[in-house]
Design a protein around this ligand. Structure first.
Ligand SMILES: *Cc1c(COP(=O)(O)O)cnc(C)c1O
Length: 395
């Protein structure tokens, strides 16, 4: 790389340090370009992407069907608040509702917003205000969503949050049954806890949660912001458990890279009254076009079944081969994999990056892998070999 460009890259990182909020702990790496499951830094060096933009690029970077749909829609119309009907939104809402087997949807712009909507809708539909959430659960950073997020370091500085939220251990139906009262508007949980360390629901747990919610007159909010759109080997992870949420929240990969979120609304909630909620950009035609391309691509390919198969192979491979001195447990479903380490994950992430693999943490001791579903098998197994190498070398 010419020296002038290299200097420019260093200057730009400093510029970003000087002006960005400071809210993020940044890695020493500038990602300039992505193609498929590869990322390229400012000097053109390639990395295998096992992070997918924190799970927002299940179709990888620059997927041709998504790009074509977005480019065409940009020429047509990008902005159209929901006070008007819009053809691409009509098609997308119908397609998403059919795919999720839920009658209605509220469109928004992020995962936190989707959970805000779900909490408001649960209050409206039940006339109750209590929420039961789970320990290690993550539902976003806005005040309502944050109130249902477990991690104390995220919540504490912002007390008081919304009242009436209690937390119970995940995968424990007795503790949940003891916490749900006739004040409980909703139970909120993830079908596989993501940020909290990649913990899948045990067999039968979500079915028991659904039965409990129905029996007590509370609603079940299933947060699939991270697990949705094929990540776990199902379009939505709760399909694995054979349940139907009352409110289903999604975001991350749904727009093919365009910011987008949604709260799907079940029969037990029904239609909202006009003006009860809203969002200026929610349901904008550009995001809907991206969303439609994502759904069509997932439905007309074997990517979801492939994620299930590859994920199962990868889990078995890691369980057989990763060194016990460094690894406590390997968990996951589909291409959502968590490797619980005996030590801290931060140095492992740095070493992976140095050897050309971008991965994620989930808490301080879990290495999380979320490769794009379109990743070439060669890249996936190369990344797996590098993970093994790094963990063998770890002290
Ligand atoms: C990422 C995430 C959120 C928050 O989504 P944002 O788009 O960052 O607001 C909520 N719930 C889960 C399960 C997530 O993984």
């Amino acid at each position: 790389m010419p020296e002038a460009l290299l200097t420019e890259a260093i200057d730009l990182a400093a510029l970003e340090e000087a002006h960005s909020s400071g809210a993020y702990l940044k890695r020493d790496l500038a990602i300039a370009r992505g193609q498929g499951a590869r990322l390229f830094d400012a000097e053109g060096r390639a990395y295998i992407d096992c992070a997918s933009g924190q799970g927002s690029a299940n179709l990888g970077h620059g997927h041709p069907a998504v790009l074509a749909a977005l480019r065409a829609q940009m020429d047509e119309l990008m902005v159209c608040p929901e006070m008007f009907h819009n053809p691409v939104r009509a098609r997308y809402q119908a397609a998403l509702c059919r795919a999720a087997q839920m009658p209605r949807v509220f469109l928004c712009n992020s995962g936190a917003e989707a959970n805000e909507a779900a909490i408001k809708f649960a209050r409206l539909a039940t006339g109750r205000t209590g929420i039961v959430s789970t320990m290690r659960g993550f539902h976003g950073r806005t005040l309502g969503a944050l109130s249902t997020t477990w991690e104390k370091t995220y919540r504490k500085p912002f007390d008081p949050l919304i009242p009436g939220v209690t937390f119970v251990p995940y995968n424990n139906i007795e503790r949940l049954a003891a916490a749900v009262t006739d004040e409980t508007a909703a139970i909120i949980l993830e079908p596989v806890q993501g940020e909290g360390g990649v913990h899948p629901a045990q067999e039968g747990y979500l079915q028991a949660v659904q039965a409990l919610a129905r029996e007590r007159g509370a609603l079940l909010i299933v947060d699939e912001v991270q697990t949705g759109f094929g990540r776990t080997g199902y379009l939505f992870a709760h399909e694995h458990d054979g349940i139907l949420p009352d409110l289903l929240t999604v975001a991350k990969s749904m727009g093919g890279g365009i910011p987008m979120g949604a709260c799907l609304i079940g029969e037990r909630v029904g239609a909202l009254t006009p003006a009860s909620h809203g969002s200026t950009f929610g349901g904008n035609p550009l995001a809907c076009a991206g969303g439609l391309a994502v759904l069509e691509t997932l439905e007309n390919s074997d990517l979801i079944a492939r994620a299930r198969d590859l994920g199962a192979q990868l889990l078995a491979h890691f369980r057989a081969r990763l060194p016990e001195h460094a690894v406590r447990e390997v968990r996951g479903r589909g291409l959502m994999i968590g490797i619980e380490l005996r030590g801290k994950v931060a140095p492992v992430l740095r070493e992976l990056q140095a050897r050309g693999v971008i991965a994620l943490p989930a808490g301080s001791t879990v290495l999380r892998l979320l490769p794009p579903l379109i990743i070439e098998e060669d890249d996936l197994w190369r990344a797996a070999a590098i993970v093994e190498e790094v963990l063998r070398d770890a002290t």
